[in-house]
Design a protein around this ligand. Structure first.
Ligand code: ZN
Length: 421
């Protein structure tokens, strides 16, 4: 007979073995407003109100880490006219405990950030709460269109078809989210790993620019900005005319939030599509570490264009992918635009208005494609170098490259010549 501890250890071991064959994904479900009663929606908004009360009560208490949910089934707070009111909680105790734990982890994360040397303020009272955490096992799937969560036995949602047909899926924890466009449930799901991708044998270099946002070394150009539409601008003008604090002001504000959410979704969708295309077509993506947010300062005329583009999003995703070896970053000091790939000389005279790169040796090419090709060239030589060294050496090397920009240039210059011969 196994003891209880051994049994637990065994189950943990089995789970970790199982997780190796699975990937984790987060799916978003939307609460269906046509098949959910008004009472349920009232209950949902009440849930978020009570969550806010609990959070503020925890933050106000003297000893947050010994805050017991049993002693606080009624909380004190202020109403509109600053009178102290006693509120009785109707929230399910499981969710109550989760919310308390959530605040406690927030404080621990703040202290961790502080110990790393980041400047942090203290935990402030919340104006609104838009996220309620649910533990594993709290969300159950009833049918292809309905789920059950604590306090709601049967709730209709959109979007279950995203994972319900995958054999062997496992539902883990979830979050109930409130947005301007409605209520959502974000579910973490473990699904079996897909078949390993077959290599296409192609690599690509990316050049980030202001006029053509992303140019690939194969000559494809993508415009990455999603502009504000007319309706959004109209709403902003409308809000300016409303009296602040009035009912109409808040109604208009809600419309703006919804329009803004729509735009963020559009931007997310476009960037996901572009990245998935690149990852499908190419084995390795080379890119340069450029400070896109800094461009606004020097190129005032294009500030709006940069503000609404999703270049930064794509760069952040590429940095994440570096760990798995699908992308490779080169230092921002490498002269990708200035270097000539034929003779290896550095032409410093090129300005932003020169759309065609010209070298004294007779080489001429479209500026952006030329830069993207250089990114690919520099990246592949650097990557071959790095694969020889250990990862620790690699960190030292890149920091050296940053410090001695000019010395590195001549080194790279020699490499170009070697590569072209
Ligand atoms: Zn040249």
């Amino acid at each position: 007979m196994m003891t209880k501890n051994e049994q637990i250890r065994q189950t943990l071991r089995n789970t970790s073995l199982k997780r190796k064959t699975q990937t984790v994904k987060v799916f978003e479900l939307k609460v269906d407003c046509h098949h959910t009663s008004k009472e349920d929606f009232k209950k949902l908004s009440g849930l978020f109100r009570e969550a806010k009360w609990i959070q503020n009560d925890v933050i106000a208490s003297k000893d947050i880490f010994h805050y017991e949910y049993k002693d606080h089934r009624t909380v004190l707070n202020f109403d509109k006219n600053h009178n102290v009111v006693e509120r009785k909680l109707t929230i399910q105790t499981g969710i109550h405990q989760n919310i308390i734990k959530h605040v406690q982890t927030d404080i621990m994360n703040l202290s961790k950030a502080k110990s790393k040397g980041r400047h942090v303020g203290r935990l402030k009272f919340r104006k609104e709460c838009n996220c309620i955490p649910l533990k594993t096992g709290m969300l159950k799937i009833i049918s292809s269109k309905r789920v059950s969560i604590p306090m709601f036995r049967n709730i209709a949602v959109y979007g279950l078809e995203q994972f319900i047909n995958i054999p062997g899926y496992e539902v883990a924890n979830a979050n109930i989210i409130r947005k301007a466009s409605g209520y959502y449930i974000k579910v973490t799901v473990y699904i079996p790993k897909e078949n390993v991708r077959t290599d296409t044998g192609k690599t690509v270099g990316l050049d980030f620019g202001i006029k053509d946002n992303i140019t690939t070394s194969d000559g494809e150009k993508y415009n990455c900005s999603v502009q504000e539409d007319d309706h959004f601008k109209f709403l902003q003008r409308k809000l300016a005319k409303k009296q602040k604090g009035s009912k109409r002001y808040y109604r208009c504000l809600c419309q703006i939030k919804r329009a803004y959410e729509h735009q963020v979704n559009k931007r997310d969708d476009d960037s996901n599509k572009l990245l998935s295309y690149l990852l499908k077509t190419y084995d390795i993506i080379y890119f340069q570490d450029e400070q896109i947010s800094q461009w606004k300062k020097f190129n005032k005329g294009f500030a709006r264009n940069i503000q609404h583009s999703y270049m930064g999003r794509i760069k952040a995703r590429l940095i994440e992918l570096e760990k798995s070896g699908r992308s490779f970053e080169i230092s921002r000091w490498v002269p990708t635009t200035k270097a000539c790939p034929v003779c290896g000389s550095i032409n410093t005279g090129i300005t932003l208005n020169d759309r065609i790169y010209k070298c004294d040796c007779g080489y001429e090419f479209d500026r952006d494609i030329h830069a993207a090709r250089n990114v690919k060239l520099f990246g592949s030589t650097k990557r071959a170098e790095c694969s020889e060294r250990t990862s620790a050496d690699r960190l030292v090397n890149t920091s050296l490259l940053v410090k001695t920009g000019n010395a590195a240039n001549s080194l790279v210059e020699a490499k170009i010549k070697a590569a072209c011969l």
